[in-house]
Design a protein around this ligand. Structure first.
Ligand code: CDP
Ligand code: CDP
Length: 221
């Protein structure tokens, strides 16, 4: 299992991790782990089960026992398609809070290792290179200016027909960055040996090509 290659892609919200990691996985024929979805699934599952949100141990049990299924682009909880439900604002907010609980992170640790399957894995999140896959073949810290990231979220919302306000987006983004960077456990930071890729002035396609070429240099065919 330790011979199966992993590409770890970490970075702040809206830096393009999901877009880039998913496409890189497709291009290489690798599996893809959206670790943020696991925190969102734990949050959704806890809400649905009416778990006591102040009970860290109970939340960790939810994380450990939930039946998650990633089926292509769809995410299933037991047999229920929750791809849209986990993206709700309420779920994202709860996810970011429970992500600060050590017992929850511990419970999701083993779940995440289980995604490492042949021929390889591209994993995206906040601590893929620092905590979950510290021996990843390639570690990328994907980032972009706060303004560029807010612009991306703005465009994503407008494209979906959801109205958005740039000032609110900027302040939400800064709050999320602050929480991710300053929490005591697994804070967001570039892993040792990570390649820092600032995509403020790059298209998603350019970022994908750059990650693929970094990987090709690490693993000459
Ligand atoms: O996963 P994360 O929150 O880091 O970002 P995402 O959900 O992949 O959203 C990034 C958005 O910015 C997507 O709509 C991309 O098409 C766009 N984008 C990008 O990912 N990378 C660039 N270099 C430029 C734009
Ligand atoms: O889309 P957004 O950037 O808001 O977050 P996400 O990638 O869907 O992850 C949801 C939440 O889980 C975030 O607020 C992160 O703080 C947290 N998370 C984490 O702590 N560790 C990870 N490896 C991935 C996500």
């Amino acid at each position: 299992n330790s011979l199966i290659p992993v590409i770890a892609i970490d970075g702040p919200t809206a830096s393009g991790k999901g877009t880039v990691a998913h496409k890189v996985a497709l291009r290489l024929g690798f599996h893809y782990l959206d670790s943020g979805a696991l925190y969102r699934l734990t949050a959704l599952s806890a809400l649905r089960r009416e778990t006591d949100l102040a009970d860290e141990h109970a939340l960790a049990k939810v994380a450990e026992h939930m039946q998650v299924n990633f089926d292509g682009a769809e995410i299933l909880l037991a047999n229920d398609n929750v791809s849209a439900a986990i993206r709700a604002e309420e779920v994202g907010n709860l996810a970011s809070k429970i992500a600060a609980l050590p017992a929850v992170r511990q419970a999701l640790f083993a779940v995440q290792l289980g995604f490492r399957r042949a021929p390889g894995l591209v994993a995206d999140g906040r601590d893929m290179g620092t905590v979950i896959f510290p021996h990843a073949k390639l570690k990328v810290f994907l980032t972009a200016s706060t303004e560029a990231r807010a612009q991306r979220r703005y465009k994503q919302l407008i494209d979906k027909g959801i109205s958005a306000n740039m000032e609110d987006l900027l302040s939400d983004l800064k709050a999320r960055d602050d929480r991710d960077t300053h929490r005591a456990i697994a804070p967001l930071a570039p892993a040792e040996g990570a390649h820092i890729l600032d995509t403020s002035n790059m298209t998603a396609e350019q970022a994908i090509e750059e990650v693929l070429s970094l990987y090709a240099r690490r693993v000459p065919k």
